[in-house]
Design a protein around this ligand. Structure first.
Ligand code: NAP
Length: 302
């Protein structure tokens, strides 16, 4: 069997175009556009490149974008004061603090200071609680899990009654995607199992999965023989396994690998996400969707 490829790159383009149309409609009807502030502390090249991509995407969509850069040695109090300033700013619907923060700053304290109604990353404990309650209580699902659910739904995979096995229980991927998939409603209603390093017989659990979501950060952790024939495999893992020089640009690029052996798994699975080009592009897209949602909540459109 040769699996169909679930392209996050393509599905992202479709969702971004839907967002762009909605932005235009709301601008015409209410004279408002979604406002996103990206807060970058310090000068880590990786963080800068992630933020740059978010800024570019927001600008392309016609968002109001505030780029706030702060030095490495900003005090925790000063950063908290900045968050409060954006909490009070009417033109801002979403506050994105690029992680990690420098060691002298308590990340949880900063994330918890964001107004939960502007927490478009969905990491605030109030939004984590809303996710657990489910249904209409969910406002801002964390971006990577929300992107995973979109990939599953938009590729036509049946989720109702499906056995979903999630490998990994992190707060940013494993736990929230498990919560999303067990919600009673469309695009979910699955029977969910979460496995982790304390799990016995990992392979037995994976073999049961109609939808296997792997977010462990261990290259090739999931063996091809652990995959149920015809299953949908979502590989969240992004592992740097080497470097190569691009013949086009002469730049050194990382060689990335997922948590699943893509080539061999493709012969067994029904559908599968590649790495890169699978889950990766969806995270920023869902950040944009959450920022638009935040404006819609404010305008009473949701
Ligand atoms: P994390 O916080 O390190 O959590 C990894 C989880 O996997 C933990 O719950 C861990 O179990 C479990 N695990 C690790 N090794 C295992 C093993 N051998 N058997 C069973 N379970 C195992 O990682 P994360 O932040 O969730 O990220 C996971 C992967 O997804 C990483 O490669 C990351 O780069 C990638 N990621 C990609 C995106 C994106 O594409 N946009 C976004 C986020 C993350 P314990 O809890 O027992 O330790």
């Amino acid at each position: 069997m040769s699996a169909s490829i679930i392209s996050g790159t393509e599905i992202s383009k479709t969702i971004l175009s839907e967002i762009s149309k909605e932005v235009e409609t709301i601008k015409a009807s209410h004279g408002k556009v979604p406002g996103l502030v990206t807060l970058l502390v310090g000068n880590s090249p990786a963080s800068r490149s992630y933020v740059t991509l978010k800024i570019k995407t927001a600008l392309k969509l016609g968002f109001h974008e505030v780029q706030d850069e702060q030095p490495d040695d900003i005090s925790e109090d000063a950063l908290l004061a900045l968050i409060e300033k954006y909490n009070q700013d009417d033109a801002i619907n979403g506050i994105l603090v690029q992680l990690p923060l420098p060691k002298h700053i308590d990340e949880d304290k900063v994330l918890n200071a964001i107004d939960p109604d502007k927490d478009v990353d969905g990491f605030h404990p109030i939004n984590a609680g809303r996710l657990l309650i489910g249904g209409n209580a969910i406002k801002f699902p964390p971006c990577t899990p929300a992107g995973i659910q979109e990939l599953i739904v938009r590729s036509g995979v049946e989720t109702k009654g499906a056995e979903v096995v999630v490998v990994g229980r992190s707060n940013i991927v494993g736990k929230p995607i498990a919560n999303l998939m067990l919600q009673k409603g469309p695009g979910a209603n699955s029977t969910v199992t979460i496995v982790h390093t304390g799990t016995k017989n990992l392979d037995t659990h994976c073999r049961r999965a109609d939808i296997l979501i792997v977010a462990a950060g261990v290259p090739d952790l999931v063996k091809p023989e652990w995959i149920k024939p015809g299953a949908c495999v979502i590989d969240v893992g992004v592992n740097r396994v080497g470097e190569r020089i691009s013949p086009k640009t002469g730049r050194t690029n990382a060689i990335l690998k997922g948590d699943v052996d893509f080539e061999k798994a493709s012969e067994i699975a029904g559908s599968i996400t590649p790495v890169p080009g699978g889950v990766g592009p969806m995270t920023i897209t869902m950040l944009m969707k959450n920022t638009l949602k935040s404006l819609k909540y404010k305008l009473g459109l949701l």
